[in-house]
Write a protein that binds this ligand. Structure first.
Ligand SMILES: *Cc1c(COP(=O)(O)O)cnc(C)c1O
Length: 361
């Protein structure tokens, strides 16, 4: 008998938004905040291009993509690092910054990958309370100790849909000890038309102690290709490049991302579509006493506390009709709520029709 030993890590595995229902071939998936309009035509074109050299390794530095990003967002190409999803950048940041017993602060209901990657490298995850499902700066500050190394926030936050406005975000950085890295995850910034909002990149692009995360998985519709990027001080990016897997981003993803950045029409259409249907659906659900956060990104967190159905019940009823929402109970530990992604026109109309039936209209 061989007894192989390995680390026992105390984490709950990440459970993605479900995409299938037993016995049903066609489902409407409104559980993972994916693009409502699919992939941009420009990106589609390069993806289907026949002469892509799959037998070659991709460019490990994602040079052309970083070049396009730096032009598009007017930022420094040497401060950009690309990853297999922004997920991989979170993982690399944790590997680079955290030793066992170091502390990381994450808001109570924040994106799950921050706590998962932190724990994997042995760090202690400290949760800061939220107020009305919104990140609280004072609660974060209360949790700071000598051991705090990183504070992670997504702005707007998934799954709550709430956000810190420009001055709140600046206040957080100002009050946080200088040698604590603030990671600002801009995953949904493109959707944000709220006047008091500013992206992490716009606010902190030149800061020495802020790292920004961006993704192609949401508005750009490239979730399956796994591509995202990070932006931060040259020193950190250089160090991350040392630990980065050499060919982490595949060539198709790099090409598609470049094209999708050029397709500004696709992005503006997506934003318009999102605002239209988010407000339609929000109002529609209010009739049934299902309330939600103010519109921000491409999802709504639905509150069932005044509704005649419990969230779980509603989830099952929709599922029976082939529609999947995201339960927030497992992982996020938010009771009696569901996260709804704004889908395509068709998906949204089918969702609303199904809700009418569930309530017996
Ligand atoms: C969806 C999401 C991401 C994106 O992850 P990828 O690995 O780039 O697909 C990152 N952060 C938040 C808060 C998200 O909701």
């Amino acid at each position: 008998m061989t007894n192989l030993s390995f680390k026992k890590i105390n984490i709950e595995a990440y459970e993605p938004g479900k995409s299938t229902i037993k016995k049903l071939k066609k489902v409407i998936k409104l559980s993972a905040n994916e693009s409502a309009l699919g992939v941009s035509l420009k990106a589609k074109k390069v993806i289907s291009k026949k002469n892509t050299n799959f037998f070659r390794y991709p460019d490990g530095t994602s040079r052309k993509l970083r070049d396009q990003i730096s032009k598009k967002f007017k930022c420094d190409i040497d401060k950009i690092i690309c990853g297999a999803g922004s997920d991989e950048i979170i993982q690399m940041l944790c590997q680079l910054f955290l030793k066992p017993n170091d502390e990381v602060i994450v808001p109570q209901y924040s994106f799950l990958m921050y706590r998962i990657y932190s724990k994997i490298v042995g760090a202690k995850v400290v949760f800061s309370k939220e107020k009305n499902f919104k990140i609280s700066i004072s609660e974060i500050l209360k949790k700071v100790t000598k051991k705090t190394k990183i504070v992670f926030i997504a702005n707007p936050n998934n799954p709550t849909g709430t956000y810190l406005n420009k001055s709140e975000l600046m206040q957080l950085r100002k009050k946080l000890r200088k040698n604590i890295l603030l990671v600002v995850d801009d995953a949904y910034f493109e959707y944000m038309k709220n006047r008091d909002y500013k992206s992490g990149l716009d606010l902190f692009g030149n800061k020495k102690n802020v790292f920004i995360l961006r993704t192609f998985s949401k508005i750009y519709g490239l979730a399956s290709l796994r591509i995202g990027w990070g932006y931060g001080p040259r020193k950190i990016v250089d160090a991350l490049n040392l630990i980065k897997p050499p060919f982490n981003v595949n060539e198709v993803a790099q090409l598609a991302a470049v094209e999708s950045l050029k397709d500004t029409k696709f992005v503006s259409q997506s934003v318009k579509h999102n605002l239209l249907y988010a407000s339609k659906i929000k109002k529609f659900l209010n009739q049934y006493n299902i309330y939600s956060n103010e519109i921000s990104a491409n999802f709504l967190l639905l509150d069932f506390s005044n509704c005649k159905f419990k969230a779980k019940n509603f989830y099952e009823k929709l599922k029976a009709k082939g529609i999947i929402l995201r339960s927030t109970e497992y992982g996020y530990k938010i009771k009696n709520r569901l996260r709804l992604t704004i889908g395509s026109r068709n998906d949204n109309l089918k969702f609303m029709r199904s809700v009418e039936r569930i309530f017996g209209k």
